[in-house]
Design a protein around this ligand. Structure first.
Ligand SMILES: [Zn+2]
Length: 129
């Protein structure tokens, strides 16, 4: 079933699209996850293939978010950091008087630029494509 993207839980392409009385069911042979989609076949395939996880992490070395754009932030290096690097944060890059820092939601104060290694755009709110 090459029209289906790999399983979002395990990455396997061993998927089965099964017709149900009230829609379709997509089952993963590898991790046994089952997703039921009460829709026509083409809509079910589109729903399966559309995922917030399509957003990709961007390295801060490649690109930085725009000034004051709220994004998802993560530190994958295990250096000492002021904020918890085992947690994914949200916040924005602030550029003031030629200097940059991170403003992190729920964390007081300006964070140094090396607090984060990666960022990605926030997903759309529910119901917004
Ligand atoms: Zn799977």
């Amino acid at each position: 079933m090459s029209e289906l993207k790999p399983c979002p839980f395990c990455g396997s392409s061993q998927l089965s699209l099964i017709s149900m009385s009230d829609g379709w069911m997509i089952a993963c042979f590898s991790c046994s996850k089952i997703v039921q989609i009460p829709m026509a076949k083409t809509d079910a395939i589109e729903a399966w293939n559309t995922r917030p996880n399509d957003a990709k992490w961007i390295s801060v070395e490649d690109e930085l978010p725009k000034h004051m754009e709220h994004v998802v932030l993560r530190n994958v290096n295990k250096w000492f950091s002021f904020i918890d690097d085992n947690v994914t944060h949200t916040g924005c890059l602030v550029e003031m008087l030629g200097r940059r820092h991170w403003s992190v939601n729920g964390v007081k104060g300006a964070q140094l630029m090396n607090e984060f290694t990666h960022w990605m755009p926030l997903p759309n709110p529910p119901g917004v494509k």
